[in-house]
Design a protein around this ligand. Structure first.
Ligand code: RIB
Ligand code: CA
Length: 295
C-alpha cells in the first residue's frame, strides 16, 4: 500500500510513524507536516528527527500549513511537551523538501492514480488545501484514513470537538464534504486501548522503535502525574489501515460544525455516505497490535 502520512508530531504521531516504518505492508512515499500539536517548525523538525533515528532519512518530508484555513492553531504543548515530543532526539542531517505538502499530495496522487492512501494524523489543513488546488484529488486518491472526530462520545477539546477537527474545522468540512473515500478513526474507538502507567510490556522493548516508545511514554507519564492513561489515537489509525478486522465500521455521511459553541463537532448520519466510521474496536487485540508493530 502506497501511503503519504500527514502528521503533526506529537508523541502519538511518533508512535504512529514508528508503527508505519516497521510495517512492510506500507510503502511510505513521504511525510507531510502540519502544525497542530506544535508549531510547523517543531512538527517538521520532529518528523525529520524521528525518520533519522529510525534509519529512514531517505523518506522525504514536505512542509505544510503553519495556520488553519481560518484563525489559528491552539497547539498542545501541555500534552505533547514543550517541543512537541517528550524526548530530545539528535539534530537531523536531512532537510525538508522544497516541495510544499499540498503540492506533494497532488503530485503523488497523480503519479499513482487510484493507488495512493493518505493517512491524516493532524488537522486536515494540508488535505483541504490539496483538494482546493486539485478538485479531482478525491477521485485520484484510493482512500483517506483520518484520525479525528468524536461521533458518539464527547470531544477532548470541548464537550463536542476532538482536537484535529477543532483545530481546523473549515478544512475538515472541505474534506468530509468531498467525494473522497474516508475511514474515520476517532475518539469513539481510541480512548479504550490506551497505555496504563504500569503497563510494563510497553517499557521493556529492546528494538530501536520500542526503546524510543518507552522513552516517549515514560517521560509523558512523568510530565502528566495526574494522568494514568496514554491514548494511542494516531497509531490506531495506522493500525486501521493494516488490520481492518480489528475495527467495526458503519457507513455514514459526516457533517462538521464550523462555528459557535459546537465548533468542530462531527455529526454522523448513518446508513449511507462516503465515510466509514469506526464505531467499535477489539480493544485488547488493537493494543497488542500496536505494541507488536513497534518492535
Ligand atoms: O485528538 C487526538 C489527536 O490530536 C491526535 O492526532 C493527537 O496527535 C493530536 O494531534
Ligand atoms: Ca496527531
Amino acid at each position: 500500500m502506497k501511503v503519504l502520512i500527514d502528521t503533526d508530531p506529537g508523541t502519538d504521531d511518533a508512535l504512529a510513524l514508528i508503527l508505519a516504518l516497521n510495517s512492510p505492508a506500507l510503502e511510505i512515499l513521504g511525510l507531510t507536516t502540519v502544525a497542530g500539536n506544535a508549531s510547523l517548525a517543531l512538527t517538521t523538525r520532529n518528523a525529520l528527527r524521528i525518520l533519522e533515528y529510525m534509519g529512514h532519512p531517505d523518506i522525504p518530508v514536505y512542509r505544510g500549513a503553519s495556520r488553519p484555513l481560518k484563525g489559528h492553531f491552539t497547539y498542545a504543548y501541555y500534552y505533547h511537551g514543550p517541543a512537541g515530543l517528550t524526548v530530545r532526539l539528535p539534530t537531523p542531517k536531512s532537510k525538508p523538501s522544497a516541495v510544499a505538502a499540498r503540492q506533494a499530495i497532488v503530485d503523488s496522487a497523480k503519479a499513482y492514480p487510484g493507488e495512493l492512501t493518505l493517512i491524516a494524523l493532524g488537522p486536515l489543513t494540508n488535505v483541504a488545501r490539496a483538494i482546493q488546488d486539485e478538485p479531482a484529488l478525491p477521485e485520484l486518491l484510493k482512500e483517506i484514513y483520518v484520525m479525528g472526530g468524536a461521533v458518539n462520545v464527547p470531544g477532548n477539546v470541548t464537550p463536542y470537538a476532538e482536537f484535529n477537527i477543532y483545530d481546523d474545522a473549515e478544512a475538515a468540512n472541505v474534506v468530509f464534504s468531498s467525494d473522497a473515500k474516508i475511514t474515520l478513526v476517532g475518539l469513539d474507538v481510541c480512548h479504550e486501548p490506551s497505555v496504563l502507567r504500569d503497563d510494563a510490556e510497553w517499557f521493556s522493548g529492546k528494538s530501536l522503535g520500542e526503546k524510543l516508545v518507552a522513552r516517549i511514554i515514560r517521560n509523558w507519564f512523568k510530565m502528566r502525574p495526574d494522568d494514568d492513561r496514554y491514548n494511542l489515537c494516531d497509531p490506531l489509525t495506522v493500525l486501521a489501515s493494516l488490520r481492518p478486522e480489528l475495527f467495526t465500521y458503519k457507513q455514514a455521511s459526516v457533517q462538521v460544525e464550523t462555528q459557535g459553541e459546537r465548533l468542530g463537532e462531527t455529526t454522523a448520519e448513518f446508513g449511507s455516505g462516503r465515510v466509514r466510521v469506526a464505531v467499535d474496536i477489539d480493544v485488547a487485540a488493537a493494543k497488542d497490535g500496536v505494541l507488536a508493530g513497534l518492535g
